[in-house]
Ligand binder design. Structure first.
Ligand code: C2E
Ligand code: MG
Ligand code: MG
Length: 509
């Protein structure tokens, strides 16, 4: 690890130097006696006095060289600890990791055995840190590092290269199947962490490069593994990916979004579309889901799947989300009393400290009846910090606002959590509706409906596109439906207030 000293040669070298310093001082002392003092001084012979002075000189010189080397040692250790070791976890620092990657790349060129570099990042670590406080945030990082150490293949090198980001170097293809190894590692790393105050769940994004195929320069390799990681995060399909040269364009696009979001918000690029929700028994529209739209003056419409994740990472989702809530509440005032509006809430927004106060203020300001407002939260938001999420949901319920669990069935959650959270509706994800007439899709939907009944909550199915799906959902006992079959999202004035759940014709997407 140390690049400063050769531990085998150093002690001998130091002894010789210290002895040489002492000897030369002794010789200088003798020389002084020979030429400087010819007489007796204070009854003491010049030779005796000279001998004492010479010994003192030798001692001083030896001590000086000793302390010089001790100082060098201390500084070397200090510099080493400051730059090579991550203080919080004891893992390699980013700088040390760069050195390790460089050595591994050089070795792989010589022996031809592949080496893998894996970049692991805790999703939205900054927001988690803000929500749980820095002490707990540090505790989470330490626990994460300890678990990582325990589960990487033997001989791997691990570094902490960002706040919640880690790099793992897996040498010489020791893992029989690197894919399987990464999957098992992710499985282990997403298990909840027991912190002093609560159980913390995390999501991960992981990217991988193989050496020498994907490069030899450590900086380039780190950038490429991070590009793969960003790709995994943006794709939403699984949470890891392997580097591919096309990924550079995606990263540029994401950077552009990040740079543009603030100005877009100021400029008023954002607006809301509404998609109707129909009661399956009566066919009547019972409410609308508000869906955010970004129309960029030059690039045109940018879908939420592209900009919401970036807004979550940068925290811009907090002001944007508050604007959505305010606008939806204002629009709700223009709708008949028996209709409601559902607003999507990002996990980042929900975990901000003053979330409840802000919702309360917006609802009060708009003067709407809170029971007409529904907030859609995802399982991911609920699982990140279960206790806090349950508290937020309880407070919303106390205010009379209803909570729906969006994209139900797609998260990592354990069904037992459902008992801890107060909510009114389960929103069956489009992926299940899509498969309702294939394989076991129907059985899954029926089970979700049965589960909701047992819990005393309603079910809404999203993404209903065909008559067959609608019929099967009705047979399964689903309460409410939403999808292109009944109406595509569009401006409020366009989606209309029809109560006929007929396929949409002139809806704007
Ligand atoms: P979501 O909340 O699950 O919204 C449903 C998505 O499915 C919407 O996509 C909607 O347009 C689409 N959809 C509805 N019916 C159908 C259908 O029959 N077939 C198909 N293929 N798709 C259908 P959209 O508007 O692109 O939104 C995507 C996601 O972006 C939303 O998923 C939600 O997670 C997020 N989002 C949208 N608006 C907001 C917002 O205001 N705040 C936050 N935090 N997230 C938002
Ligand atoms: Mg939704
Ligand atoms: Mg959904």
């Amino acid at each position: 690890m140390q690049a400063y000293t050769n531990p085998k040669r150093t002690p001998v070298f130091r002894l010789i130097t210290i002895a040489a310093a002492g000897m030369s001082s002794f010789v200088i002392g003798l020389w002084g006696i020979r030429f400087g003092f010819g007489e007796q001084l204070g009854g003491m012979s010049a030779h005796v006095l000279g001998g004492i002075i010479a010994s003192l000189c030798a001692l001083a010189a030896s001590l000086a060289s000793l302390s010089f080397f001790a100082g060098v040692d201390e500084s070397a250790t200090f510099v080493h600890n400051e730059t090579q070791v991550d203080k919080l976890t004891g893992l390699h620092s980013r700088q040390a990791m760069i050195g390790r990657i460089a050595s591994a790349a050089a070795a792989t060129v010589q022996d031809g055995k592949p080496v893998f570099l894996i970049d692991i990042d805790i999703d939205r670590f900054k927001q988690i840190n803000d929500a749980i406080g820095y002490t707990q945030g540090d505790e989470l990082i330490r626990a994460f590092a300890t678990r990582l150490r325990d589960h990487v293949p033997p001989g791997s090198e691990i570094g902490r290269i960002g706040a919640g980001e880690f790099a793992v170097l897996v040498p010489d293809g020791r893992a029989t199947s690197i894919d399987r190894m990464v999957e098992k590692l992710i499985e282990k790393m997403v298990e909840p962490y027991r912190l002093t105050t609560h159980l913390q769940s995390v999501n991960l994004s992981v990217g991988m490069v193989a050496m020498p195929k994907d490069g030899r320069d450590p900086i380039v390799l780190l950038r490429r593994s991070n590009l793969a990681l960003q790709n995994a995060r943006a794709s939403g399909i699984g949470n890891w990916s392997v580097f591919h040269p096309d990924m550079g364009h995606l990263a540029e696009y994401r950077q552009w979004i990040e740079a543009e979001l603030h100005a877009a918000f100021q400029r008023g690029d954002f607006h809301l579309h509404y998609q109707p929700q129909h009661d399956l028994a009566t066919g009547a529209i019972v409410g609308y889901e508000a869906l955010l739209r970004w129309r960029h003056p030059k690039r045109g419409v940018i879908p939420p799947s592209e900009f919401v994740p970036v807004a979550e990472e940068t925290g811009m989702v907090v002001p944007i989300g508050e604007w959505v809530l305010r606008k939806a509440c204002a629009d709700l005032r223009t709708l008949p009393e028996d209709l409601s509006i559902a607003v999507n809430i990002s996990p980042v927004q929900m975990m901000t400290k003053d979330f409840i106060q802000r919702v309360r203020a917006v609802v009060a300001e708009s003067g709407i009846n809170p029971s007409r407002l529904e907030l859609e939260v995802t399982e991911t938001a609920m699982m990140q910090d279960r206790e806090r999420a349950a508290q937020v949901m309880r407070q919303l319920t106390e205010m009379g606002i209803s909570v729906a669990v969006d994209d139900f069935g797609t998260g990592y959650s354990n069904l037992s959590y459902l008992i801890d959270f107060p909510f009114r509706k389960l929103k069956i994800d489009r992926s299940f509706v899509d498969r309702i007439d294939k394989d076991n899709g129907g059985a899954v939907v029926s089970t979700i409906v049965g589960l909701s009944r047992a819990l005393g909550v309603r079910t809404i199915a999203e993404g209903v596109e065909t008559e067959a799906q609608g019929t099967l959902l009705r047979a399964a006992g689903c309460d409410v439906v939403q999808g292109y079959l009944y109406g595509k999202p569009g401006p409020l004035a366009v989606v209309g207030l029809t109560s006929d759940p007929a396929p949409a014709t002139a809806m704007v997407h």
